[in-house]
Design a protein around this ligand. Structure first.
Ligand code: NCD
Length: 322
């Protein structure tokens, strides 16, 4: 398993075990456009009208890192499809007694679980489980590597905004800025992969230590350190939280300095085109990377991203636990 500490995803981490969505979902890097569109279209259908396609199945959520929206969203999605949900998060697991993740996974699988939804601090952990287990494995965030269902939710929210609710997930001609602590962000890596595959241009923006040129090369994205110059040309701006728990404090002078240079303040948001969307995967640190009046403005898709997450997780669980 690859280490979690690398700023730039290592080669093995860049390549999911299987670049598909179903029977596992470990990452979006390498997943073809047709497959993304199929899952997003299904997510939109299930959001309108859930179907009892997982009755009699059990989905286990196994979260070794804090989470509010992702874990709840997976649980609600599983229940809407008729599945039972068991939560083995945090201290409830024998991982705290020294059991390896693979052993924990094998034990859960032996109980007849159809899919394991896993969040860990270790990049590559979901891919390892997916290789070893027959049940479905869904990556709910592995270290700094990928967070595929968040990026699918963001794509669905953006398509609703740009193309309407019968849109076709074509993002050609659209430019999205991913701004802030990009180096620490699995959301950024999954979004860069998915948005580019769907045709958008992705620009990574932030201070040089948080957005090194090598990261842009690894993800195939242009890098900019000048947010003010980029804002007037963007169709979407995705702000990221500073991931202090992954050591990002060492990458910036202070939160105040960050806000002055790269925060989406009310003044900066005024430079955006009138139809440009503002996104944030949450949790938001208001007054640091985004001002409260921007987060709550009509152009903010933040709560629509959350709502889209339930539909997307229904579609992914159907593909992985069905
Ligand atoms: C993100 C995560 O955990 O990667 N949050 C989320 O799942 N919506 C981003 C973050 O923690 O800042």
């Amino acid at each position: 398993m690859a280490g979690a500490g690398a700023g730039v995803a290592e080669r093995s981490e860049d390549r999911p075990a299987r670049a598909t969505i179903g029977p596992d979902c470990v990452g979006l890097s390498g997943v073809p456009a047709g497959e993304l569109r199929r899952v997003l279209t299904r997510a939109r259908e299930l959001r309108r009208q859930p179907e009892p396609s997982l009755v009699g199945r059990t989905v286990a959520t196994v979260f070794f890192e804090d989470s509010t929206r992702t874990r709840t969203s997976f649980a609600i999605a599983a229940q809407r499809l008729g599945a039972q949900v068991v939560d083995l998060s945090g201290k409830a697991s024998s991982a705290n007694k020294g059991e390896t993740l693979l052993d924990t996974g094998r034990v859960i699988e032996a109980m007849g679980v159809s899919a394991i939804v896993l969040r860990t601090g270790e990049a590559g952990a979901a891919a390892t489980l997916a290789r070893e287990l027959a049940c479905g494995v869904v990556n709910a965030g592995d270290g700094r590597h990928e967070h595929p269902t968040q990026a699918l939710a963001d794509a669905l929210a953006l398509d609703d905004h740009w193309n309407g609710s019968d849109g076709s997930f074509g993002f050609a001609g659209k430019r999205v800025l991913i701004v802030g602590d990009v180096v620490s962000s699995r959301v950024a890596r999954s979004n860069a992969a998915a948005l580019k595959t769907l045709g958008a241009e992705v620009v990574l923006v932030g201070p040089p230590l948080m957005v090194p040129g090598t990261l842009g090369e690894a993800l195939g994205c242009r890098v900019s350190h000048d947010l003010d110059a980029e804002l007037p040309h963007a169709d979407g701006v995705m702000m990221l939280r500073i991931q202090f728990e992954r050591g990002a404090g060492a990458l910036l002078g202070s939160a105040r300095e960050f806000r002055a240079g790269w925060g989406l303040t009310a003044d900066r948001a005024a430079r955006l085109r009138s139809d440009a969307a503002v996104l944030h995967p949450g949790p938001t640190n208001r007054g640091v990377e985004i001002d409260p009046e921007v987060a709550d403005s009509p152009r903010s898709l933040i709560l629509r991203q959350v709502a889209a997450g339930v539909g997307v997780r229904m579609a992914v669980l159907e593909a992985c636990a069905g």
